[in-house]
Design a protein around this ligand. Structure first.
Ligand code: GDP
Length: 314
């Protein structure tokens, strides 16, 4: 991938696509192609086909997806399945048809079986039942991985897949109900602090364990793999370290400087008990994260405050 190659980032307005764009710009890539979802609907095959025919990207980062937290995944099950299937199928097919040199597809750690042994190796894909709350999203992402493999097998396309762990960072969604746990808790702790509430409620039992990677680190890994990895097997992207939701809540309480109590609502779903990535393949390929959870949380809280200010003045 050279600095003047046309590189298309699908989903550049999302947290991941935005981080990939920043990374590429920092590295001097100056032929980056983007489209908002308003001007190109990736769920529409003809629109995607015309776009690829006109723009002829050489490299594609497929970071566009309908995403959300446990509640959103479980509520909008049809949309999570349909939208993500269509995006993956249309973009991957068009990339083959229009001769894209290389494509990187972003999967997710939730594609692995609910009760997968820990840490989760790439080879555990399709060895057991999925977590029911995010099964539609996972099925769509698994289809994306299989599309990359099948287009490689049949047509020789250099399409690779990566499986990021739970992500957070600049441009995250801080919706109180539909967001992922980390940004949702940043909002909840901040609002409790501003309103002098005595306690904050965290969903579930607090015992599930999760791993959290800063989105700019993920972007760095994606660009690294685009430059150095050309194999069929998906690659996990994570830190190889996890913590409980209770510990996460305590870190966020500290970063937000909230002094009240934390209460757990066991009536809300816990989801998968543990989701820790085996990152030995990534380490062998020569990549490691650089942002600690604490550093990332400080940046994310600042990002939340900025988004909040922008909304107030909108
Ligand atoms: P996600 O973060 O919602 O995408 O989903 P996960 O399957 O990784 O689960 C998040 C974990 O955090 C679950 O155990 C939830 O019960 C717990 N959790 C605690 N509070 C919240 C919250 O406010 N929002 C979300 N999404 N999860 C929460």
């Amino acid at each position: 991938m050279k600095a003047n190659d046309p590189v298309y980032i699908a989903g550049h307005r999302g947290m991941v696509g935005g981080a990939i764009k920043r990374k590429l710009e920092t590295l001097g890539y100056h032929n980056i192609i983007t489209r908002s979802s308003g001007s190109l609907d990736l769920r529409k095959q003809e629109e995607v086909d015309s776009f690829f025919a006109a723009e002829k990207p050489a490299y594609v980062f497929l970071a566009a997806a309908k995403v959300g937290g446990i509640l959103a995944n479980n509520t909008y099950r049809a949309e999570f399945l349909y939208d993500n299937l269509m995006i993956a199928a249309n973009v991957i097919h068009a990339a083959w048809k229009h001769g894209v040199t290389k494509l990187l597809f972003l999967g997710s750690s939730c594609i692995y079986p609910r009760m997968a042994p820990q840490p989760i190796k790439e080879s555990f894909l399709l060895t057991g039942l999925l977590e029911p709350t995010n099964e539609p999203y996972a099925i769509a992402k698994i289809a994306g991985i299989k599309l990359c493999e099948a287009y490689r097998d049949q047509y020789g396309c250099n399409f690779i897949s990566v499986m990021p762990t739970n992500l957070f960072g600049i441009g995250d969604n801080y919706h109180p109900q539909n967001a992922h746990v980390l940004p949702a808790l940043i909002r909840r702790f901040h609002e409790a602090k501003m309103n002098n509430k005595p306690s904050v409620t965290v969903w579930g039992t607090g015992t599930p364990r999760r791993e959290f990677l800063f989105a700019d680190d993920l972007a760095d890994a994606c660009v690294y793999l685009m430059q150095h990895y050309n194999e069929r097997e998906p690659v996990n992207i994570g830190k190889g370290e996890d913590l409980t939701i209770k510990q996460l809540a305590e870190h966020i309480r500290e970063v937000v400087c909230y002094k009240g109590e934390i209460i757990f609502d066991a009536g809300k779903p816990d989801g998968t008990p543990r989701k820790l990535m085996d990152v030995s393949a990534l380490r062998r390929l020569g990549w490691k994260h650089s942002t600690s959870l604490k550093e990332g949380l400080v940046i994310a809280y600042r990002d939340f405050l900025q988004q909040d200010q922008l909304k107030l003045h909108a």
